[in-house]
Design a protein around this ligand. Structure first.
Ligand SMILES: [Zn+2]
Length: 398
């Protein structure tokens, strides 16, 4: 923080001194700024000499009069303060800019955008929303950026239907080839899908499966294979006692190439519990494994074979899979199977520990890890960036 304050103070001193030099040379500078500059400038230095850095920042900020040359400095200064968590100061600086009469429309829009960002950081969502809506109407250049920030506002307040409308606006802008609509953040198509899934899940918790079904159908509009919407649709089918329909949704997931996870196996198990003999859990697992020969599926199939036949049949199956799909997790399972059943063997404990440690989920974007899937990462707030780590122990070789 001390280093940050020093940099900020240096920026301010240079900006004020630069403005003063221009004023002395008779260049653009308003009269009020010319009169106030020296006293606040030296007051800032006095605070600095007394070691009161925060007061020095305020004094230098006040000394920095607003004109065409310093507007960008004010905007940048407010942004720096917001990023340091000093949102009140950022708001004060940006609001002060709005009191100046000589701002052009473009400059005014820039300041409004910064102020909206300050309000979002401060959790003042109503005020941010109003500014962003006005900006979206008044500035074609900042329209897409304003809509992106509106999504932040609606997400923070869980206003999913408003978020869907805004995502639709962004999709329309991207179709008109506005690069800002697609140039940053996640795809508006993907976001729209998640917002609809959020509404569907709320409908499920309200025991309204038919409303949830409508949301999921809409969510699948842009991506027929979306994992969350298909899983939700399968759940709704189960709620409405349509296991065949649920299995059809699951078949789409199987063909989509998304990695099989324990939660998918749990859903499949529920679906198969109500199926006829041809679609038993083991039969579907076999088909799933043919499409995706993952260690998780191999081990799940082996567990079913052991329950239906015996451990030898399960081990034989696992050994056959190793020929085409080498896997440390599968090999480790076979080693564990070969050890005697006594509880306190150290080699058993180590092998079991290695397998257990690696199971879980991690965010591709920020590295957040957890034991369950979140559709939105609690660390970085990205949607669908958390993926299953699998059962392969990364530390198995050392
Ligand atoms: Zn993350």
């Amino acid at each position: 923080m001390i280093a940050n304050n020093a940099l900020l103070l240096l920026l301010l001193v240079l900006a004020v001194a630069g403005g003063w030099t221009l004023a002395r040379g008779g260049l653009r500078m308003d009269e009020a700024g010319r009169a106030q500059l020296p006293s606040q400038y030296y007051r800032g230095f006095n605070f600095l000499l007394d070691g009161e850095e925060e007061d020095a920042i305020d004094a230098f900020t006040e000394a920095l009069s607003v004109n065409e040359d310093t507007l960008d400095t004010h905007i940048a200064l407010g942004s720096v303060l917001r990023k340091r968590g000093e949102v009140d100061r950022a708001i004060r600086i940006h609001q002060n800019l709005l009191t100046r009469s000589h701002l052009t429309a473009v400059q005014l829009h820039q300041v409004h955008l910064e102020l909206a960002r300050d309000f979002i950081a401060a959790g003042l969502y109503d005020r941010a929303e109003q500014l962003l809506r006005d900006l979206s109407d008044q500035s074609p250049d900042l329209n897409a950026t304003a809509q992106r920030h509106l999504l932040e506002v609606f997400e923070a307040q869980r206003e999913w239907s408003a978020a869907v409308v805004t995502a639709e606006n962004l999709i329309a802008l991207s179709q008109s080839e506005d690069p800002l609509a697609t140039g940053h953040g996640q795809s508006a198509h993907q976001l729209r899908c998640h917002y609809l899934c959020e509404q569907a899940e709320a409908a499920i918790s309200e025991q309204d499966p038919s409303l949830a079904r409508q949301y999921y159908r809409d969510a699948l509009r842009d991506n027929d294979k979306d994992l969350r919407a298909r899983m939700g649709s399968a759940n709704v089918s189960l709620m409405e006692s349509s296991p065949k329909e649920a299995l059809a949704h699951f078949e789409v997931i199987m063909a989509s190439g998304r990695t099989c996870t324990p939660e998918l196996l749990s859903l499949l198990s529920q679906i198969c519990a109500d199926q006829d003999g041809e679609s038993t859990y083991t039969a579907v697992l076999h088909r799933y494994y043919e499409q995706q020969p993952s260690p998780l599926l191999a081990l799940s199939l082996a567990a079913e074979l052991e329950a239906e036949k015996d451990r030898t049949a399960a081990d034989d199956f696992l050994r056959r899979t190793l020929a085409d799909n080498p896997s440390v997790a599968v090999a480790m399972s076979l080693l564990l199977s070969g050890l005697p059943e006594e509880n306190d063997q150290p080699e058993r404990r180590i092998l079991e520990q290695l397998t257990r440690d690696e199971q879980g989920y991690a965010c591709d974007h920020c590295g957040f890890t957890g034991q369950s899937r979140h559709w939105r990462c609690p660390g970085c707030r990205h949607w669908d960036s958390i993926h299953y780590l699998g059962t392969v122990p990364a530390k198995a070789h050392g």
